[in-house]
Design a protein around this ligand. Structure first.
Ligand code: NAD
Ligand code: FES
Length: 277
């Protein structure tokens, strides 16, 4: 059992949880994730490890209530326990000095990009970050991202914070600055909803700038055994849980991935309705 030490609402329907998981806290590296179950009969869901404190034996998770399980997790309080938390899973982010990097977090995807931006900053990169959200209330980790970035741009769809528009608008602006990023130097890391990651990939495709995204396909075991998380990357079949979750954005078959992620949409909707009624 994995006790919840604290649960704090960061934004409507988005909670930050500190969970006691000493072994995971000790081994975790940026880019790793866990797969957890909130209850004995529940599904298993992947969540990025946003941060960890090996001394206290805790990990930080950020959870958006989008389905039955995430709603259940966000209703849990300090002292409640998660049934199981498996990890750290996935390949850690290869942290190197690219020169300038643009780290993009779309909505709750900011929780995924934050540990990567932090590691890239510590490795000496010049980090420019972009956080995008639908509105001001949904901007998360602003102070944390500011602390690891030379420059932080915020975009909101409705213009209620930062500049009005999508993260891709801010990215295009950065790419127009002379000498910032080019095919041979610099990199873009984009984490968030699938349409956003595809849109970022489309923006950088012809520039040759290396672009990495973190995929969140359906996952079950997280160990490469079940095949649930398969994605087509270039001409190869990859398992996001063991080969990823980060991949070269320009090689990903996003159409296939988006279609596969909708496989259980009806069942997920029914489960959510049952839980609300
Ligand atoms: P959202 O839909 O509110 O979008 C956040 C921002 O992303 C927008 O403000 C915009 O700037 C950008 N964006 C969205 N669609 C875009 C498009 N078509 N073109 C350009 N920019 C676009 O985000 P949300 O509701 O916080 O995201 C939830 C989704 O993120 C869930 O579906 C979840 O599955 C996914 N998610 C992904 C990861 C990951 O590892 N990649 C992690 C957590 C959540
Ligand atoms: Fe089963 Fe990746 S989740 S193979």
């Amino acid at each position: 059992m994995y006790p919840i030490i604290s649960s704090q609402e960061l934004a409507p329907a988005i909670n930050k949880l500190i969970v006691k998981a000493p072994l995971i806290a000790r081994k975790r590296e940026p880019g790793n994730f866990v797969i957890l179950r909130a209850a004995l009969t529940g599904e298993r869901i992947p969540l990025t490890i946003v941060d960890s404190d090996p001394d206290k034996g805790t990990i930080t998770l950020i959870v958006q209530s989008i389905g039955k399980t995430t709603m259940l997790i966000n209703s849990m309080k300090a002292g409640d326990e998660l049934i199981d938390v498996a990890g750290p899973l996935g390949e850690p982010t290869p942290v190197e000095n690219h020169g300038t990097v643009v780290c993009i977090g779309g909505g709750v995807g900011t929780a995924v990009v934050y540990p990567i931006a932090k590691a890239l900053s510590e490795a000496g990169n010049d980090v420019i970050s972009i956080i995008g959200a639908r509105n001001a209330e949904l901007v998360i980790l602003e102070e944390e991202m500011k602390a690891v970035s030379r420059e932080l741009m915020i975009t909101t769809d409705d213009g209620s914070a930062g500049r009005k528009g999508f993260v891709t608008d801010a990215l295009k602006e950065i790419l127009e600055r002379p000498g910032t990023l080019s095919a041979g130097s610099g990199a873009v890391y984009a984490m968030g909803p699938m349409p956003m990651m595809r849109a970022v990939s489309d923006v950088t495709r012809d520039t040759g700038i290396r672009t990495w995204v973190s995929l969140n396909p359906i996952m079950m075991d997280g160990t490469g055994m079940c095949g649930a998380c398969r994605v087509t990357v270039g001409d190869q079949l990859k398992f996001a849980c063991v080969d990823g979750p980060e991949f070269d954005a320009h090689q990903i078959n996003f159409d296939e991935l988006i279609a596969r992620n909708r496989t259980y949409a009806d069942l997920e909707k029914k489960a959510l309705e049952t839980c609300k009624s």
